[in-house]
Write a protein that binds this ligand. Structure first.
Ligand code: ZN
Length: 203
């Protein structure tokens, strides 16, 4: 399986990192080795002094698709989840300034937290999903899927123009504002509509 991540999909996060608003979705990949095993703590890697949390809505692909039309995109997923795209921001800034690929800062081991999934039918509308990240019981990131620049179906369609989507692939749909560094001892908990979908410790 592969993990496809969308960057810069919320206007408030684009401005907090002083990035330009893209004219089409920004895409990058994480390998399956990036998945943090369930129940495992997240160990801050030695190559970074500024690993930041990015809480994101996840979409789990349920069948093979290529050149999917946005109006049929909903047939390619049944489940919505929540995760974290851990980012070594110091390394990413260095790579960005040199015009180099971001992989080392985004795709390292343990950088993809994948929480539990909910049936998409449990939502009244996928364009109005509330989610949040708590750090040590304080809300640090809060978002709603209505604020996405590109909605889930548009993302599935867009991504499938470049990458054949396969069963089990997961799309990380981008983070709202509030990204910040993690430190040893932090506890991160993710919620969709008040339901806890992951909890993890930083070590
Ligand atoms: Zn992200």
């Amino acid at each position: 399986m592969k993990i496809i991540c969308i960057g810069r999909n919320y206007a408030d996060h684009i401005s907090e990192l002083q990035n330009e608003k893209p004219t089409e979705p920004v895409i990058f990949l994480k390998p399956d080795t990036a998945i943090l095993p369930t129940q495992s703590p997240f160990f801050i890697p030695e190559f970074s002094n500024d690993v930041q949390h990015e809480v994101e809505i996840l979409v789990k692909i349920n069948k093979v698709g290529k050149y999917i039309d946005a109006k049929f995109a909903h047939k390619y997923y049944d489940e919505i989840g929540l995760g974290i795209d851990f980012t070594a921001r110091d390394l990413q800034n260095e790579l960005k300034s040199k015009g180099l690929p971001w992989e080392k800062s985004k795709a390292f081991d343990g950088s993809a937290v994948i929480g539990s999934f909910l049936s998409k039918n449990s939502f009244a509308s996928l364009e109005n999903i509330n989610f949040e990240l708590q750090k040590n019981k304080q809300v640090v990131q809060q978002g709603n899927s209505s604020l996405m620049l590109w909605k889930i179906d548009q993302l599935v369609a867009y991504v499938s123009q470049f990458f054949t989507l396969k069963t089990g692939d997961i799309i990380f749909t981008g983070t709202p504002k509030g990204v910040a560094s993690v430190k040893e001892g932090d506890v991160l908990e993710g919620f969709i509509e008040g339901k806890q979908l992951f909890s993890l410790q930083i070590k």
